[in-house]
Write a protein that binds this ligand. Structure first.
Ligand SMILES: [Zn+2]
Length: 634
């Protein structure tokens, strides 16, 4: 159904989605509706019905992993027990934090604090070594800030102070349930904000995080220790990992350099209060219903959602978060047709073939760089639907049947962290999936050079056997091309066929690529959206992927005798249909590496001659740009 008032040549998104947008309503417990969001809601509805049936015994629980998930689900739904115990389950942990009376007590307890998931003034963990992706590395970064991005803390950002005031108010309401005097409560909140401000001044912004290669800062462990003083860092590492590695990959080097101003004798009490308050806030998710709702108030304000999810939804989401991979396998096995799988694999193969042809025909790369790009494409691994079996982690996740919910979840989280830490000296398993089968999404993993398409994204409007091939190529085809293009976006271009940070470009070619990347930044930078401005640099990698994805999908569509370019673009715009709350749009502008949905639909098509051909778009139309201004990369 097209909106008859808007011409497609002036606004493709509005033409396709305008009528829908007029009547679509965002559910009270959500921030968005339409597109991805609707598919997500449907998947959730199906799985929630299944969990309910598993729990009441009317459906047989299919495997041992789901048995654990259902046990957790039932525990989460037992609000009688949760309401009765109030904050009691958390008191021992909170007292432990208050017992940190000095830096030397802190250092003495540090390994136990880490292993028991207490908040530290820095984060460590195990990740793939970006320059040697067959192996793992120890990584270091700063803690999270209260607001979703450091840009909120900059002078002149009016949202920041308002949100922090709201945070103080909602936190005060939560802390009233914990054993703190009125004076202490005020002090704890004030100190938490002071410590958070020190963190925010030192950690990366979303825009900085978007530059993948800048996370790779191998630093001798001795130097890290020197900069993290007074923290007994080496002792911590030795206790957790058995032996101390020679180097640490510092994701956020400025944070490390400026650490001494964050954490020292004079800020120690701020840290303790910060740790207490953030612990109490996150614990509310597993306590009484009143606290669960109070504890979610700030995040609801950030996203604009009006009410907390129902108790059932909350219980399902918790079980799903802990056991996502087994839940995804169950979803895939139960609801994903083999016919669709074969059909989409076929489509991926044809788009990869098109991609190879496009790389070979590329006019701005030297033959040497071109050959390397083709090798990278040929080595790309495809993960389609869902994995054969859950990774070994899930054998470690046992729900304690006797424990209260909070204690049971803490044990699961501890097991998860310990499992991740046990991998430091183990080789990387490249067969692991980074997305579960029931997620409506797709991804490219730069450290493995693989693309993943979970079963749940292979639905209309992305894909349907009822849609024409051109329509499917405008939907899932552009997504497939998008994920492949991530191998060659501004970040992927710096990794080789095994995902190692390794420059395979001739310098002259890379200079041209950088110019094209800048043109893509310029095409989006400063565009208006929902009362804010788009940050072209933050979203450049995703825009390069959208651009390359559309190029490959269009060329694949044109190989068909009965190609339907109109159908291609109309379904492309349908995929990006989304209505969101203004608060949520603001949040995404600050942190999301993707362009707003409306601009994804309306900007990319105008870079391609097929758009002008399909709808006879003329220079007087709003969706016309001069050929010299059109950006084409891959
Ligand atoms: Zn992407």
């Amino acid at each position: 159904m097209a909106d008859t008032k808007v011409r497609v040549q002036d606004d493709l998104y509005e033409y396709v989605n305008g009528d829908w947008e007029k009547t679509a309503e965002i559910p009270a417990d959500k921030a968005t509706t339409g597109g991805f969001s609707d598919l997500d809601t449907n998947v959730e509805k199906i799985l929630m019905a299944d969990f309910k049936a598993f729990a009441d015994g009317s459906k047989k629980v299919p495997d041992k992993y789901l048995k654990q998930a259902v046990l957790l689900y039932k525990k989460a739904l037992d609000f009688k027990a949760r309401d009765e115990s109030g904050v009691k389950p958390t008191l021992a942990r909170l007292a432990k934090i208050q017992g940190l009376k000095s830096l030397s007590v802190f250092n003495g307890e540090l390994p136990a604090l880490y292993k028991n998931l207490y908040r530290l003034p820095f984060r460590i963990g195990v990740d793939t070594n970006m320059k040697d992706t067959a192996h793992h590395a120890l990584i270091l970064a700063g803690p999270d800030t209260i607001l979703p991005d450091t840009s909120y803390y900059k002078d002149g950002n009016p949202s920041g102070p308002k949100l922090l005031a709201l945070w103080s108010q909602t936190t005060d309401a939560v802390l009233k349930h914990f054993p703190l005097s009125d004076d202490d409560r005020a002090t704890y909140i004030k100190d938490t904000l002071a410590f958070d401000k020190l963190v925010a001044a030192r950690v990366k912004s979303s825009e900085e995080w978007a530059e993948y290669n800048k996370c790779y800062n191998p630093t001798p462990v001795k130097d890290v220790q020197a900069k993290l003083a007074p923290v007994a860092f080496e002792k911590l590492v030795e206790s957790v990992y058995g032996k101390v590695p020679e180097e640490v990959i510092v994701f956020d080097p400025r944070f490390l350099t400026e650490f001494s101003g964050l954490f020292n004798k004079s800020t120690f009490t701020l840290y303790v209060h910060w740790s207490y308050v953030l612990e109490a806030l996150s614990d509310t998710a597993y306590l009484s219903d009143e606290l669960r709702i109070l504890g979610g108030a700030f995040n609801r304000a950030l996203s604009g959602s009006k009410v907390a999810p129902s108790q059932e939804k909350h219980a399902y989401r918790l079980a799903n978060r802990m056991f996502s991979e087994p839940v995804g396998i169950y979803y895939g096995k139960t609801y994903f047709g083999e016919k669709a799988k074969a059909d989409v694999i076929d489509m991926v193969k044809s788009i990869v073939k098109t991609y190879e042809a496009r790389l070979t025909a590329n006019t701005w790369l030297s033959p040497e760089t071109k050959a390397k790009a083709v090798v990278k494409l040929e080595k790309m691994i495809l993960k389609m639907g869902y994995p054969d079996k859950p990774q070994a982690l899930y054998d470690k996740l046992k729900v304690d049947p006797k424990a209260d919910l909070f204690t049971a979840v803490t044990k699961l989280e501890k097991a998860k962290q310990a499992y991740g830490d046990s991998l430091l000296y183990e080789p990387v398993d490249r067969t692991i999936w980074v997305m579960p089968g029931h997620l409506v999404n797709a991804c490219y993993n730069p450290t493995v050079n693989d693309i993943t398409f979970p079963a749940a994204i292979l639905q209309a409007p992305f894909y349907s056997i009822k849609q024409s091939r051109s329509e499917n190529l405008g939907g899932i085809g552009t997504v497939i091309g998008h994920e492949i293009s991530h191998a060659f976006d501004n970040n992927g271009a710096q990794c080789d066929e095994y995902g190692n940070l390794n420059n395979w470009w001739k310098p002259k070619d890379f200079e041209i690529f950088k110019g094209k990347t800048q043109a893509m930044i310029d095409e989006f930078n400063g565009l208006d959206f929902s009362g804010g401005k788009v940050n072209g640099k933050l979203i450049v990698s995703e825009n390069i992927a959208d651009n390359g994805g559309m190029a490959a999908a269009l060329q694949t569509a044109k190989e068909d005798k009965d190609v339907d370019l109109k159908g291609f673009f109309l379904n492309y715009a349908r995929v990006w249909r989304l209505k969101e709350r203004p608060e949520y749009a603001q949040l995404l502008l600050a942190v999301d590496v993707h362009a707003p949905h409306y601009l994804r639909a309306d900007i990319q098509p105008r870079n391609f001659p097929e758009w002008y051909e399909a709808f006879d778009v003329k220079p007087t139309d709003k969706m016309y740009i001069q050929p010299s201004k059109r950006v084409n990369i891959w």
